[in-house]
Every structure is written in C-alpha cells, then in structure tokens.
Design a protein around this ligand. Sequence first.
Ligand code: GLN
Length: 292
Amino acid sequence: MAVNEIWTIGRILKWTEGYFAQKGIENPRLDAEVLLGHVLKKQRIYLYVHFDEPLQPAELQSFREMIKQRINHVPVAYILGEKEFMGLTFKVTKDTLVPRPDTEILVQGAVDRLRSSGREHVCIADIGTGTGAVGLSVLHFFPGAELDTVDISGAARAVAEENAAHLELTDRVHFFTGDLLLPLQGQTYDAILSNPPYIPAADISKLSADVQLSEPHTALDGGEDGLDFYHRLCEHAPAMLVQGGFMAFEVGINQAQAVAELAENNPLIEKTEILKDYAGIDRVVVAWKKEA
Ligand code: GLN
C-alpha cells in the first residue's frame, strides 16, 4: 500500500480485503470494514455511501497500523479494545478472552431463570469472569441482582472493574482475585455461573490462529479432557447455593452430557437442563439444587 497515492474508502477496502484474504484472515471484507469504520468513527453503512471519499493521512496511518496487527492474527476485538456482547460494549485486552456470541446463551438462560424464580433480590457469582461479560450482563438485565466475580488473573480483574464502572454497575459488584470458588468460601448464592476454560489441552494447537496466538491460554485450557474445572465446580458449588438455586456453566462441544452427569453426581443436585446455542449445539448445563 503506497502512502503517497490517493486512497479512497472504496479502494482501500478492496485492497485490504484482498490482502487479508491472502494472509488467511477468515472474514476479510467484514474485518476491513469494521476496522476502517472505527478509524473514521462511522458506522459500516457510511463506508458504502462514501466509497469515493479520500482518507486523510492520519486516518491512513492508523488504518495501516491496524492492518499490520490483524495480519499477525490479533483479533479485531483486541485491536479495537472492545467487543459487543448482549448489546453492551465491553472493554477487552489480551488478558481476557473475547466474549463469544455463544456465551449469550448462558446469560439469557440465567436471566430467564432468575426472573421466573419470583425473587426480586438475588446474589449471583461469576467464576472466571474475564471481562465480566457474563456476570455484568446479568446485573444489567436483572436490576435486583448483586454479583461476586472471581478471576485468577489480576489483570483480568482490572478489566472487569473498568467494565463495571462503564456500565454503571459498580455498586452491585464485588471483585475477588483467586482460584475458582476459594475466595467465596462461606457465601451462598441464588446462582453460580461460569464459562470456565474447557478446551482439551491437546486441542489448543488445533484452534484458529487468532485464538491460539492472541488469547490467554489460561482462559482456554481445561486439562486433559477439558473437564477439570467442571469437576471442581460440581463438587463444591452446590453447597454454596441457596435451596432451589442453580448453577449454570457454558460447555464445549460434546461435553454437556458429561458435565450434567458430574452435576447429578453431587447429592445436593436435583435435576439438570441442557441449553443449545445458535448453531443447535449443546452449550450450557444448568443444575438445580433441591428446594429443601
Ligand atoms: N469458546 C471458546 C473457544 O472455542 C473457549 C472458551 C472456553 O474455554 N471457555 O475458543
């Protein structure tokens, strides 16, 4: 891309799309549009009706920097520093997993169940919170909820704290840094939610280059069969639920049955449900504690 030529929006999009495609970027056109829209501070639709508009030198310079990052498999969300989830904007950094659309199933499933519980005031926990996307979204959609979050990474906690502040939820959240449920010992919750690391260790090397090269492996690696964290959660979380409370976990492909069994093996659990994602894949296991 020569700097001293006139680059219009239409021309640079076409060039970038081709360059991304050649570098093996999965959605070359979409990524080019999203990044350019961000540089120009415009919606994507603006690009289509202003194809002939030339870029200013400073805009071209920022866009070139973004292109360089993207071809090194830095995901668009990290380049922009944010990702939309549940219609809310979350700050993301390389210390946090990028929130995935599939994880909205966990949030919606939890919000629906909290609403139909008839309880107005509830306490929930989000274990391995990362950006805070799961727990903070539940708070946003359920005004009577309070949240405890735990993450082993202090850097992730800082991101979640920023997100809580930005979403004006800080007064309903407590942040803990530590290992899984340990910082919450002695507390009880109406719901315990988690999207733990669940990729089998041997499969990490088969993930897309974007995920493998850029996202934190501690947020992905679930041990040999990917189920390490579910073993621990299913052993200890039920004792920390109120009577009639539930725990809900996102699971990886083909893990739902095994995780439901782990939950049912805990004598405090009465029944389980499995929720499917947008692609029809079993994605969330909900396990209910006995009423009394
Ligand atoms: N869904 C993520 C992926 O497939 C993994 C998230 C997780 O391990 N919790 O990359």
